[in-house]
Ligand binder design. Structure first.
Ligand code: 3SL
Ligand code: MG
Length: 232
């Protein structure tokens, strides 16, 4: 079994992909499910999300997402796990669009067989699920920020890689070695996320609580799994 870490989304994914956007899309996705959401739809743009709702007015779709870290005009929610954790989404479908995270999931879905969303909050459950369904390769794909590598995603990839290596034999690539080194040297999750550029940016927007929320390790057993995003 191969274990691969892509520091940014690219390439072909033959088997299982864990898409990681710790700050904040995949953390928020897990929070939506924790709060009872039936399903998540990850759209390719904010416009697609808005049209989806206006074309399905009776369906009660809720929209969550951000641009520049701030809520998108016309959306119901931002991209905040703290905000999501304070709501009840029972029976609701949440449509998400974010700058990097949802796009990374779309990139992975072009080739990957199984696309799972991973964060620190669901890291152990995501690793277990991936190990259970993989037949040849697990790719840990870091969303990054505006096409640049993000420390928090690489750190989380290291956490996932550690869990996976404890579950069985893998041939690992240099991306995985980098992520494991990051995991071992960047301190605990709150220290790692606090030292990340995007963590500091969110704190400057008054969103430091989201960074602390995202630093919780394996508190959820829920793993968002893409069914088919080809039509959104
Ligand atoms: O880029 C994304 O997908 C977002 O998660 C970034 S933010 O943390 O919401 O600003
Ligand atoms: Mg991010």
């Amino acid at each position: 079994m191969r274990l691969r870490v892509d520091l940014l989304p690219h390439g072909n994914y033959p088997d299982v992909v864990l898409v990681i956007d710790v700050l904040r899309a995949t953390t928020t996705a897990v929070a939506y499910l924790e709060r009872g959401a039936d399903a998540l739809l990850l759209t390719s743009s904010p416009e697609v999300a808005l049209n989806l709702r206006s074309d399905n007015a009776e369906s009660g779709l809720l929209l969550g997402g951000e641009r520049g870290g701030l809520p998108i005009p016309g959306f119901d929610f931002g991209n905040s796990p703290v905000e999501a954790a304070a709501q009840n989404f029972t029976g609701k479908t949440v449509v998400m669009n974010t700058t990097n995270g949802t796009g990374a999931a779309h990139t992975a879905a072009q080739t990957g067989k199984h696309i799972l969303l991973a964060a620190l909050t669901n890291a152990h459950a995501a690793a277990r699920r991936a190990r259970a369904i993989a037949t040849e390769e697990i790719a840990l794909v870091c969303a990054g920020t505006d096409e640049r590598v993000s420390l928090e995603d690489v750190y989380a990839a290291g956490v996932l890689a550690e869990y996976l290596l404890a579950m069985g034999e893998f041939t690992i690539d240099d991306g995985a070695r980098i992520a494991l080194t990051m995991r071992r040297n960047a301190g605990n999750p709150i220290e790692a996320l606090g030292s990340a550029g995007h963590g500091a940016r969110l704190a400057s927007l008054g969103l430091g609580e989201d960074v602390r929320y995202a630093a919780q390790l394996s508190t959820s057993t829920l793993v968002p799994t893409l069914a088919d995003s080809s039509d959104v």
